[in-house]
Design a protein around this ligand. Structure first.
Ligand code: SF4
Length: 307
């Protein structure tokens, strides 16, 4: 067995794939916080045209949506998949065939959505698929709550990291995502990702390699945007490609919390953009959602100044 695959599966024996380090034996199908067992579960796979333009391109991003999640955010918009187990078990052979089918369709990349808790199975499938001709970039589309040990294994395998940076206030992260160390963990993780792949490189409109950070603006400043932008500029690069997202809407358990029970206002979104500009993130800014009122149809722009 390939060394990387072996190292990855070793993490499952007393599971420490993610920073929760539950210690359950996933090789024996025991379940920890994320509820994932040994066999990976997938809810869907298809060409996705709603990702960021350099990710979706003109032929779509080859997304594979994994069931379960190591964060379980109370406002998760995909909660039937991430928290209620929607999906079906697939072998690593089937997973590799999904990748090849997406490549055959013309997708620009393979986009692993919520991959953290199935990292060993995913890389095993990647090696199988590569033997059969897979050669498009691999995107690791994750919540940003990642362990350095897992990321080290992914070095040289993943081409594009697409992590969230959700919160800078750990008390908020604890309340809504049960992750009281989220900010420190996500900062270390994103720094490691950046050291592996650098700034996003785009050729003829299509992303080939690099880091793309997503930041969802929450009501009442709960996401703590300023500290996150500050970190990105100071410790990564002002050229970091950041998608500041406006599409928050209350769902799942959000209604139990008054502060999460509404969409953000236009003013809140514009304030987040101002913060990004103020922190001089605008130099590397490439894309934001343009419309946040009423219809909320995502429109993309290439420059913050167009907002
Ligand atoms: S991947 Fe799941 S079982 Fe493993 S440490 Fe994280 S939450 Fe726990």
């Amino acid at each position: 067995m390939n060394d990387k695959i072996k190292q990855a599966y070793d993490l499952l024996a007393s599971c420490r794939l993610c920073p929760r380090k539950c210690g359950v034996n996933r090789l024996k199908d025991e379940q920890g916080f994320c509820k994932a067992g040994l066999v990976p579960m997938v809810s869907s796979f298809h060409a996705h045209f709603g990702e960021e333009p350099p990710i979706s391109g003109y032929s779509g991003s080859g997304t594979i949506f994994f069931t379960h999640c190591s964060l379980r955010c109370l406002f998760c918009q995909n909660y039937p998949i991430s928290q209620m187990g929607e999906g079906k078990e697939v072998s690593t052979e089937e997973l590799s065939n999904m990748m090849l089918a997406l490549q055959k369709k013309g997708c620009h990349n393979i986009n692993f959505v919520t991959p953290t808790h199935y990292m060993p199975q995913i890389i095993e499938a990647v090696f199988l698929a590569r033997d059969k001709g897979l050669n498009i970039p691999l995107v690791y589309n994750c919540g940003g709550y990642e362990s350095l040990e897992s990321l080290e294994i992914l070095k040289g395998i993943i081409d594009i990291y697409m992590p969230d940076m959700k919160y800078s206030d750990n008390s908020v992260a604890e309340k809504f995502s049960f992750a009281p160390d989220y900010f420190e963990v996500s900062k270390s993780a994103v720094k490691e990702m950046y050291s592996q792949v650098g700034d996003l490189k785009i050729e003829k409109g299509i992303a080939k390699k690099g880091l793309l950070i997503r930041h969802l603006v929450l009501p009442d400043g709960l996401a703590g945007s300023e500290a996150i932008f500050d970190f990105i500029v100071r410790e990564l690069s002002p050229d970091t490609y950041v998608n500041i997202m406006a599409q928050y809407y209350p769902c799942h358990n959000s209604f139990k919390f008054p502060e999460l029970s509404r969409r953000i206002t236009r003013r809140e979104y514009l304030d987040a953009l101002d913060l990004a500009k103020h922190k001089r993130l605008s130099g590397g800014f490439r894309q934001v959602l343009k419309t946040i009122d009423r219809e909320r149809v995502p429109e993309w722009t290439d420059d913050l100044k167009e907002i």
